[in-house]
Write a protein that binds this ligand. Structure first.
Ligand code: ATR
Length: 280
C-alpha cells in the first residue's frame, strides 16, 4: 500500500474497536481496486464522540462507519439523516459532504435485504408473514427492510415485550408482538424466519427453536455469523429449507458506504468471504 498526498481516508469509530472486521473488509476492496485510500480503526470513547465526529471534515476524512456503542448517540450529532436511518433509530455510516456536512445512513437495512435477495432469489417479501426473533438494534433494521419491501406481517417475538412496543411505535407497518414462549406457534404459514437475537452466537446460550412447524418453502436467515453455520441454519438445511447465513449482511452493509467514499461499487465475492472468515 502506498500512501500519497491524495489518499482518501475513512475508518470505523467504536469503543472498543479492535474487534471490528470493517478495516479488513474495506482494506480488501481498496487493494482489489488499487484505490489510493485507507480505512483505519478509530478507538473513540463515548464522551469523545461529538468532537471526534465534528473533526472529520477538518481532518479531510471522506467518512466513517460507526459501531458499538456509537450508533444511536451519533444521531444527535450529524447534520443529515436519511428517513430510513431515522426509523431504525441508529446510524452506521457517515459521508462527509464537500461543504463539510455530515450525512448519515443506516446501511444495515440494505445489507440485510441484499443478502436475502441474492441468497434466496425465490423469496418474495410480499408472499407471506415473516417471523423475526429479537427486538434490539439489529431487529429494527431488519423490520424496516421487510416492511418497506412489502412484507404483509411481521411476527415479532421477543423476551421483553416493552421493546416490541417501542419498535412498533417507531417503525409502523403490520408488526404483531408475540411472547417468547409462543415462538413455535408463530412459525405456522411463515414465509421467512430471521434470528436477530444473540442466541446461538459463540459464547452465548443456544437458541431453542424447533422448525417443524415452518412450511417447506420457508427461508431461514440467522444474522449471527460466528459461528457461520449456526445450529438454527443446520436444522433448517436438514429440513431441506433455504438457509441464509449472517456473514452476507455484514459484507453487503459495507457496499453503499464504500461506493460513496471511494467512487467504486465493490463486489461481495467468495474470495472476500474467505478472507473475512479467515480472520482470528
Ligand atoms: P443488537 O443491537 O445486536 O440487536 P441487542 O440490542 O442487545 O443487540 O439485542 C439482543 C436481542 O437478543 C434482544 O432482542 C434480546 O432480548 P431482550 O430484548 O428481551 O433483551 C435477545 N436476547 C438476548 N438473550 C436472550 C435470551 N437468553 N433469551 C431470549 N432473547 C434473548
Amino acid at each position: 500500500m502506498t500512501i500519497t498526498g491524495k489518499t482518501k481516508v475513512a475508518g470505523v469509530m467504536g469503543w472498543p474497536v479492535s474487534h471490528s472486521k470493517s478495516p479488513a473488509l474495506h482494506g480488501f476492496w481498496l487493494r482489489e481496486h488499487g484505490i489510493d485510500g485507507v480505512y483505519i480503526p478509530l478507538p473513540v470513547k463515548p464522551e469523545n464522540l461529538r468532537p471526534a465526529l465534528r473533526a472529520l471534515p477538518m481532518l479531510g476524512f471522506v467518512g466513517v462507519n460507526l459501531t458499538v456503542p456509537h450508533k444511536e448517540a451519533a444521531l444527535k450529532i450529524v447534520d443529515e439523516i436519511t428517513p430510513t436511518a431515522r426509523r431504525v433509530g441508529a446510524i452506521n455510516a457517515i459521508v462527509v459532504r464537500e461543504n463539510g456536512r455530515l450525512s448519515a445512513e443506516n446501511t444495515d437495512v440494505t445489507g440485510f435485504m441484499m443478502n436475502l435477495r441474492l441468497n434466496a432469489p425465490a423469496w418474495d417479501p410480499k408472499r407471506g408473514p415473516a417471523v423475526v426473533l429479537g427486538a434490539g438494534g439489529a431487529s429494527r433494521a431488519v423490520c424496516v427492510g421487510l416492511i418497506d419491501a412489502g412484507c404483509p406481517e411481521i411476527r415479532l417475538v421477543n423476551r421483553t415485550p416493552e421493546r416490541v412496543k417501542a419498535l412498533k411505535k417507531v417503525i409502523g407497518g403490520n408488526i404483531v408482538g408475540t411472547a417468547w414462549d409462543r415462538r413455535h406457534d408463530a412459525l405456522a404459514d411463515a414465509a421467512l424466519l430471521v434470528n436477530t437475537t444473540t442466541l446461538g452466537m459463540e459464547g452465548q446460550p443456544p437458541l431453542e427453536l424447533d422448525l417443524t412447524a415452518l412450511p417447506s418453502q420457508a427461508i431461514v436467515n440467522d444474522i449471527v455469523y460466528a459461528p457461520l453455520d449456526t445450529p438454527l441454519l443446520l436444522q433448517a438445511r436438514a429440513r431441506g429449507l433455504t438457509a441464509v447465513d449472517g456473514l452476507g449482511m455484514l459484507l453487503y452493509q459495507a457496499v453503499p458506504a464504500f461506493e460513496a467514499w471511494f467512487g467504486v461499487t465493490p463486489e461481495v465475492t467468495p474470495a472476500l468471504r474467505a478472507h473475512i472468515l479467515g480472520l482470528t
